[in-house]
Design a protein around this ligand. Sequence first.
Ligand code: ADP
Ligand code: MG
Length: 257
Amino acid sequence: MKAFAVLSLKGGVGKTTVTLNLGAALGAAGRKVLLIDLDPQHDLTQSLGIDAFRIKGVEFLLEKDLKFEEVLHLYNENLHVLPAGKKLKKLELSLSNLFVKAKDSYFCTLLRNALEDKKDRYDYILIDCPPAGGFLTVNALTFAENVLIPVQCHYLGFESIKKTFSLISKIRRFNNPRVKAAAVIPVMHDARNKISGIIINRLKSAFNGTLSSSIIRINVSLAEAPAFGKTIFDYKPDSRGAEDFRQLAAEIMSRQG
Ligand SMILES: Nc1ncnc2c1ncn2[C@@H]1O[C@H](COP(=O)(O)OP(=O)(O)O)[C@@H](O)[C@H]1O
Ligand SMILES: [Mg+2]
């Protein structure tokens, strides 16, 4: 089992789109995949057609009020989901305070403990993180050994990438010595736009070893699919978006064995 946290300390950069469609591509390639929605905005949950306001989500698993199977949704045979419910926000707020005060490792390992005897059922576990370094993100990075960092190709925002890297270093020092930045993934690339080329070149020189060779192009089908509660492979399997995520999945599978 390989676990990936999809993280950026900036919102709207493509985290949820990457988590969902990379997971779906790995599933379509025959791998067993678990997606976890750890963002209280529950976009991943809603994108799969699950009503976050009607379900009991991952927050009940973290609080040990429900069992794994009671929270799990099956999108298809290979793609399983631990959705976020409306109470995840409340849990984040209440535990964030305790977490800051207590500095107790117990609060960092809630996710790790909850998945301990389930993780071997899956080849890949992908976690959609909130755009902040709080209690939920710390739990994701304490569990996962790999971090995927999506970077938009139309805005030069190196500051937030640096912050994301320093958060990973901090967690490596204090919580999880195995966690590392596995790949910086360029997303929303637009070949008609000069800025996309400029950003790719800057990323190449800054993150040589970690930059993925797969690039996710801007593709309207990727933005439309969530409105139908579908992954790109069920919505428009012949789109450029589907093609790009198939390629990214192939790269991740070959890198990770
Ligand atoms: N490659 C892409 N092409 C077109 N639209 C995209 C692409 N990636 C993401 N989007 C859209 O951009 C918005 C932000 O993406 P999202 O994945 O929700 O970001 P985040 O999870 O980081 O907040 C969403 O409306 C999404 O549908
Ligand atoms: Mg999101």
